[in-house]
Design a protein around this ligand. Structure first.
Ligand SMILES: Cc1ncc(COP(=O)(O)O)c(C=O)c1O
Length: 453
């Protein structure tokens, strides 16, 4: 029988997250205080995050236990299935074997609840009453709203304005879980008002929405901030994806030569890649890791690896990452979750160590790949996930050209059921690709902070 789906039972779900920091050949550059330029201390982060998340942020421990209460909620949808894309392989007429890990089976429709649940849990046990966050595509906002409902926490979401208008059903979904959703930039914060004064028609960006959420969080002791990507603890929580995939590929008697994922802030890519990267770091396996990003927000392929702020209003600490500059506001293309000027510092560090290659694609090619995938496999991917689909299809076509029977694994990080307007616009020929000239990128980078390191 040609197996399609490799599934684990609930008692085979991982009990630990994998922390790649324990295995890296060089430590990450320190996070700097924006005022002093000196490395920050865990205390500096206390207004924003509960202690246990701060401990995870700086931990060098290889395996970190997943609390029982988190595991019992994870079991609502985990372990997620690993599929062998047999019909896609046939459609592409490739000798490559293609596997995808499907995270769209979570209640929110993506990988984001993998971190929303533990973040809400650690806040709850720390006595926090309210969580504030930003969302781009609405996947993260939905996930935190879901986690808030499970743990009895109030949730407020600053949703990037372009997505707020593109995706009214995502907003209604968050509100169904009990969250309050505000279009960003808003008049509710100083950061939002400043942007609106300068750019009354601003589409918003993740950098702006983060500024608004952080500004509100630091003003109230019972409120904390939650971030859906970028931070070390978020990448850590997502490693359940790769740990499960390792066991599922073992069931299939296979091992990946190539691992592909899309990158917005870097969390779903790290989630699938890091548990496999430990074998590469030990010299046991030679795996090619491909991070795929949008050409309209080309952080890894055209950004600079340097210190920058995580938000537009410069309220966050300075982190060393691949960045297009915190003032960079990408066009309103239809993969809201990938419209972030920076990249996870941990992933940036791993890219800098030469362990990952990056590629950028325009949205038209990505939607075309998404439809090829949907027609072969039946699942309609989120526009963000289409970037990974496109990357995997290109690798499979390269195998066809070379006559190489390689094994490709990619992360299908979410479904596109709330993204039908995007698909309708694509099919109606209304979407365009945006690329930035080197002058435009240089202008955005000119505003980078000067750090005397
Ligand atoms: C479905 C989906 N994929 C990917 C991303 C990008 O985030 P990350 O790179 O952290 O996985 C998002 C962000 O909102 C998303 O909603």
């Amino acid at each position: 029988m040609d197996t399609i789906k490799y599934t684990l039972t609930e008692d085979q779900m991982p009990e630990f997250w994998y922390n790649i920091q324990a295995d890296l050949p060089a430590p990450m550059p320190p996070v700097l205080h924006p005022g002093t330029g000196q490395p920050i201390t865990p205390k500096d982060l206390e207004p924003l995050f509960p202690t246990q998340l701060i401990e995870q942020e700086v931990s060098q421990q290889r395996w970190i236990e997943i609390p029982d209460q988190v595991q019992s909620i994870y079991r609502q949808w985990r372990p997620t299935p690993l599929y062998r894309a047999r019909r896609l392989e046939k459609a592409l007429d490739t000798p490559a074997k293609i596997y995808y890990k499907y995270e769209g089976v979570s209640p929110a429709g993506s990988h984001k609840p993998n971190t929303a649940i533990p973040q809400a849990y650690y806040n709850k046990i720390a006595g926090v009453k309210r969580l504030i966050t930003e969302t781009g595509a609405g996947q993260w906002g939905s996930s935190l709203s879901l986690a808030g409902a499970f743990f009895g926490l109030e949730v407020v979401v600053y949703m990037v304005k372009v997505s707020y208008h593109q995706k009214p059903y995502r907003r209604a979904f968050m509100e169904s879980y009990g969250a309050r959703v505000i279009a960003s930039p808003s008049n509710e914060t100083e950061a939002g008002r400043n942007i609106l004064k300068q750019y009354p028609d601003s589409n918003g960006s993740l950098g702006i929405a983060i500024s608004e959420a952080v500004e509100v969080a630091v003003q109230d002791e019972q409120t904390k901030y939650a971030l859906g990507s970028v931070l070390n603890h978020v990448l850590l929580h997502q490693t359940v994806i790769g740990i499960e995939a390792l066991a599922q590929l073992e069931m299939a008697g296979d091992y990946p030569d190539i691992i592909v994922g899309c990158t917005g802030g870097g969390s779903n890519f790290a989630g699938i890649a890091f548990p496999f990267m430990s074998a590469k770091l030990k010299g046991d396996r030679d795996i090619k890791f491909v991070a795929v990003e949008p050409a309209a927000c080309p952080t890894l392929t055209k950004g600079k690896y340097t210190y920058d702020f995580g938000d537009t209003a410069h309220l966050t600490p300075l982190v060393k990452m691949h960045t297009l500059g915190s003032s960079f506001v990408p066009q309103g293309f239809h993969a809201g979750g990938l419209r972030y000027h920076g990249m996870a510092p941990l992933l940036s560090h791993v890219v800098d160590l030469g362990l990952i290659s990056a590629k950028a694609y325009g949205q038209l090619d990505c939607f075309a790949a998404g439809l090829t995938f949907a027609r072969a496999e039946g699942i309609l991917p989120a526009p963000e996930a289409n970037h990974a689909v496109k990357g995997a299809i290109d690798e499979a076509l390269r195998c066809k050209e070379e006559g190489a029977s390689k094994t490709i694994l990619f992360n299908l990080c979410g479904h596109g059921h709330f993204d039908m307007q995007a698909y309708m616009d694509y099919q109606a020929g209304l979407l365009r690709d945006t690329e930035y000239s080197s002058d435009e990128i240089a202008m955005a980078l000119a505003g980078l902070p000067v750090i005397s390191q």
